[in-house]
Ligand binder design. Structure first.
Ligand code: ATP
Ligand code: MG
Length: 431
């Protein structure tokens, strides 16, 4: 991926992450704030509602108001402490909107001297704002009730001062804003690291893909160049017969075959990457299946003067994709034959043990050094000794083998065959 594109993608991830985190924190903050605020005000409203329905309390207030009203106004009346606590207040209104329980209110009267009687929302709790004698704004939740069977008192208003609550809510708001800023900064840092983290697998797979395409086109070019050279050579000898040029034609055909095999292998790997291949499993009698697969290799080994031994265990039925396991065995047997010299030995064992089907291919060939044992499964990896084209192949055999084994939930392991050679052990679970 070019740098600009990857940078753009990373910025995209960063912005998406940041927006997601910021929205989550913001919504969470707003919900918490709203919940706290309503629950605080709800308890006030609940108290007001309870008092407004408490007949005894209301009656008591009215009687008290009447008594105080009849009493002569004392000069020290404002020194008496208010009978109710500061939060909760009762005002008795006349029809004309005059406060009747001035004496009872005591010094608190100054808080309500600017308050006007409102008879619009009777029996309903609402917010009321007024100014005290020092022009200070005061907030209340209030409910006004009409009072019958009384000569003077017409309305009773219950009030709860919400200024202390407002202070608490404001303080909570401040704390919440500070928290939001801290979480905002955390979100920026987290988004930055996450965008970096998200990009990592994309970059790795992109790099792998690029390597694959580069290697594949390089491998495709080699046989094509050979074929091109051979055909050009034929053009320089227009009078030669096919028989005379049979070697050139045969070599070209060999390259075409290699090319055809390579393209089908590449296609298989490409399709395995995009999960476009599915296994077609069926019940198979393993010994019968192995005999048909191994027979041609036994003949091939005999022709190359190599010893080829087959050791099969008890016959058993196993579920697998016949075509793919055939392909796997061809890859492994092809390697065993390719990397052994004449007079050397290849032993193929098959057995079923502990719910596993084991296939062991042992050869006394060149062996694989420990440090290369995991690398040989990589695409296009070829050992030093197999660099020459005759034995070399393309280095994709074991990559395909690994894919087939993985698809069957199996395991493939490479170990040394002592004193010399390689053991390939394949294990498939049997359900
Ligand atoms: P291809 O199979 O694509 O024709 P290849 O045989 O080189 O080419 P792999 O089958 O993937 O590729 O094997 C990778 C490498 O592992 C080989 O190049 C070889 O060096 C080593 N290797 C694999 N099997 C054996 C073996 N039985 N003995 C020794 N070396 C082996
Ligand atoms: Mg191979």
């Amino acid at each position: 991926m070019n740098k600009q594109l990857s940078k753009k993608q990373r910025i995209n991830y960063f912005v998406i992450n940041l927006i997601s985190f910021a929205s989550i924190f913001l919504i969470l903050g707003l919900i918490v704030f709203q919940l706290v605020q309503t629950s605080i005000y709800q308890s006030v409203d609940h108290d007001l509602k309870r008092l407004s329905e408490d007949e005894k309390f209301l009656q008591h207030q009215l009687i008290q108001g009447e008594q105080l009203q009849e009493m002569p106004v004392q000069p020290d009346k404002f020194n008496t402490p208010p009978p109710n606590n500061f939060q909760q207040q009762v005002i008795l209104w006349s029809k004309e909107g005059k406060i009747l329980n001035e004496a009872e209110l005591g010094s608190r009267f100054y808080d309500f001297q600017n308050l006007k009687l409102s008879t619009e929302n009777l029996h309903k709790i609402s917010s009321v704002q007024t100014k005290d004698s020092n022009d200070r704004s005061l907030q209340f939740r209030s409910i006004t009730l009409p009072v019958k069977n009384q000569q003077e008192v017409v309305y009773l208003q219950l009030l709860v001062n919400t200024d202390p609550i407002k202070g608490t809510v404001d303080q909570f708001k401040q704390i919440l804003i500070i928290c939001m800023i801290i979480f905002g900064l955390l979100s920026i840092a987290l988004s930055y690291f996450l965008s970096k983290w998200f990009m990592k697998p994309i970059l790795t797979s992109w790099k792998k893909q690029q390597e694959f395409v580069e290697n594949a086109s390089h491998e495709l070019r080699t046989p094509l160049t050979i074929i091109q050279a051979k055909l050009e050579k034929l053009f320089t000898k227009p009078n030669h017969t096919i028989l005379e040029e049979s070697e050139t034609i045969a070599l070209s055909l060999e390259e075409v075959q290699r090319l055809s095999q390579l393209t089908s292998d590449l296609l298989l790997l490409a399709r395995s990457d995009s999960d476009a291949l599915t296994l077609e499993k069926e019940p198979v009698r393993i010994n019968r299946f192995l005999n048909t697969v191994l027979l041609p290799y036994q003949e091939l080994a005999a022709a190359e003067e190599k010893e080829f031994i087959i050791e099969l265990g008890q016959e058993q039925q196993v579920f697998f994709d016949k075509k793919r396991i055939h392909q796997l065995l061809i890859i492994l047997l092809d390697n065993a034959l390719k990397y052994t010299n004449p007079d050397e030995k290849i032993i193929v064992c098959s057995s079923v043990k502990n719910n596993e089907w084991l296939i062991k291919i042992r050869d006394t060939g060149s062996g694989i050094p420990d440090e290369k044992k995991s690398a040989v499964f990589e695409r296009f990896y070829r050992g030093e000794q197999s660099r020459n084209r005759k034995t070399g192949g393309y280095g994709i055999g074991l990559a395909i083998a690994k894919w087939i084994v993985d698809e069957h939930q199996g395991k493939i392991e490479l170990t040394d065959n002592l004193p010399k050679g390689t053991i390939v052990l394949v294990r498939f679970p049997i359900k």
